[in-house]
Design a protein around this ligand. Sequence first.
Ligand code: GRF
Length: 199
Amino acid sequence: MNFAVFCSGHGTNLQAIIDAAKKRRISAKLALVVCDNPRAYAVKRAGRAGIPVAIFGPKDFPSKKELEAAVVRELGRENIKLIALAGYMRILSGNFVKRYRNRILNIHPALLPAFKGGQAIKDAIQYGVKITGATVHFVTEDVDAGPVILQAACPVKNNDNEKTLLARVHKLEHKIYPEAIELFARGKLKVAGRRVIVK
Ligand code: GRF
């Protein structure tokens, strides 16, 4: 099974996925990296690993609809059966999500449904929670709201700042994201309403 990773930034999750695939902890083939920014460090990581990169910058397309149509064509060419969003900073349209229903994963740096949105680490510190973590979930039309596949937790320490907490959460992400991709690849995930049964 071929899968793609979509990213926009630093790509530490992409790297964890590349490394897991190399160690055969992911049996599916990472066939494509999709990125919206040619200068993202993730592009370098993909290049180093010899993985094809497709750049779809918003400025290169007259509309989101046309950008997504181009992405869909590329995914078709590469026979992509699963998409893993890893810090991809664009919200996919309802049509795109429908087309890949239950075949798009996302990783979020909190224990959903707590701290949805783009500032989950900061929000967790500000709220004062003692435990936070990471969540892999299926993507639905509502942001950060799809059925949960895997979660892992870590403490929030008294002297944490965004950097220290992000580092701890990243460790969890880098472990559970490859695991979730492998579960999908082996056909072990069954979505039953809001619940994901891991077979
Ligand atoms: C991760 O923290 C992930 O939870 C969020 O975006 C971040 C991406 O980081 N969705 P990286 O580019 O994988 O380092």
